[in-house]
Design a binder for this molecule. Structure first.
Ligand code: SF4
Length: 404
């Protein structure tokens, strides 16, 4: 895969050495067992895959290069470039400004922009409406477009489905930048609707079968359907695409469920299902698949706790946390500063949507076994800092944790 010029501050010599070695030993990425960092009293098991993905490295390279090459020009990011607080903070410190926050709230009016300004489109891509507004201000959007090719792949898949006259069902978080962008592209081609989770897929199925009166559709899916959507006609032929960072198991379950709904309602079989349901495979990206598979591999190791590092608004990181929480005490932290001491940790509660403090998160017995991973937008340097902070709580720890 292409190598990107990512600022050295985000790299970690320790983790680069581990990743390089694992890649050389397992070129086909078949071995999902973790790497053991044995510090003696504390043993850290690092997931086989974690950290910066292709799209994030590409976006970071373009953003930092843009800042370097354009002194004196105003540079705007449409919103957070990736969902990582350190990277966004670094860009803000270099004078970059955000046009919107992650929920789409306008921070700088489009009217304030002029043709000398630069607007960087983030890795999630953006909506056609925002692109048009930038073009209206005389800002060319192609040159500083960091949309990930794996997001564009979803848009292309949507276009193919649309050409065959299917309605597009997008499984994604309705307010996430990527889902908003995918919805905008899909809706420009055909009727489209977003389902957030299995619960909403079940509700949608009841409009497909007529169990619910069509009139209720508009409040049930408020803000999640394309203009002119008619549930009586637009739910007769559907295809499903996903936000690239969804939980693989949930994505599969939703797709299977909607397919079965069509089979049952229209009395179809596997042979003629394509009459009503587009033959889609999920549109999760490689990084989501690799990181979630590696997490499942990591969770085979008996351990005392798990730590997942990443931005709290990062979808792919949140799904890694969800997988961990099914198995063992799990702590979602943004960086090493959240490890307050040997006895206290500040961590994000994804249900309550706030940081909480937990006491005595590290058990007294030794060795303590910790599973560790990070999201696709988290710099390896932050993961190394987390490792070093944990080890600092054990004065007797060995300095060389690798047995090679
Ligand atoms: S998580 Fe996947 S889709 Fe998103 S930027 Fe990374 S590679 Fe691209």
């Amino acid at each position: 895969m292409k190598q990107f010029n990512v600022p050295i501050i985000y790299r970690s010599p320790l983790i680069t050495a581990i990743k390089t070695r694992r890649r050389q030993e397992d070129k086909l990425k078949k071995d999902l067992s973790p790497t053991l960092l044995d510090f003696g009293p504390v043993q850290i098991y690092l997931a086989r895959h974690f950290g910066f993905c292709y799209g994030v490295e590409n976006a970071i390279e373009i953003a930092f290069r843009t800042v370097e090459e354009n002194p004196g020009r105003r540079i705007f990011l449409l919103s957070e470039m990736i969902h990582n607080p350190q990277v966004n903070e670094d860009l803000l410190n270099r004078g970059v400004q955000f046009l919107q926050d992650t929920s789409g709230k306008q921070l700088v009016a489009f009217e304030e922009l002029n043709s000398d300004d630069i607007a960087i489109i983030p890795a999630f891509g953006t909506t056609l409406e925002i692109e048009a507004k930038l073009n209206d201000r005389g800002i060319a959007t192609e040159k500083y477009n960091t949309t990930c090719p794996f997001v564009e792949k979803v848009w292309n898949r949507s276009e193919q489905i649309a050409k065959s006259n299917y309605t597009i069902v997008i499984h994604g978080k309705p307010r996430h930048e990527e889902t908003r962008a995918t919805f905008s592209h899909a809706a420009s081609k055909t009727a489209s609707v977003i389902v957030n989770d299995m619960n909403e897929a079940i509700i949608l199925s009841e409009y497909i079968t007529g169990k619910r009166p069509a009139a209720g559709f508009y409040s049930a899916f408020k803000g999640q359907y394309s203009e002119g959507f008619d549930p009586a006609t637009h739910l007769q032929r559907i295809g499903v695409v996903n936000q690239t960072t969804q939980l693989a198991s949930e994505t599969q379950a939703i797709s299977d469920f909607l397919k079965q709904t069509m089979i049952d309602h229209y009395n179809l079989s596997e042979e003629n299902i394509e009459e009503r349901f587009a033959d889609t495979r999920d549109t999760l990206c490689y990084a989501t698949n690799d990181n979630q598979s590696a997490m499942i591999g990591l969770l085979q190791t008996p351990a005392d706790l798990a730590i997942v590092v990443g931005g709290y608004n990062s979808s792919n990181t949140t799904h890694l946390v969800e997988l961990c929480e099914e198995k063992l005490p799990s702590f979602f932290i943004s960086d090493e500063d959240k490890l307050l001491s040997y006895t206290e940790i500040l961590h994000y509660d994804r249900i309550a949507k706030k940081e909480i403090k937990t006491h005595y998160y590290l058990p007294h017995r030794q060795p303590v076994k910790i599973l560790l991973s990070s999201g696709a937008s988290c710099p390896d340097a932050v993961v190394e800092n987390v490792i070093r902070k944990i080890v600092s709580f054990y004065p007797d720890a060995k300095t060389n944790p690798l047995n090679y």
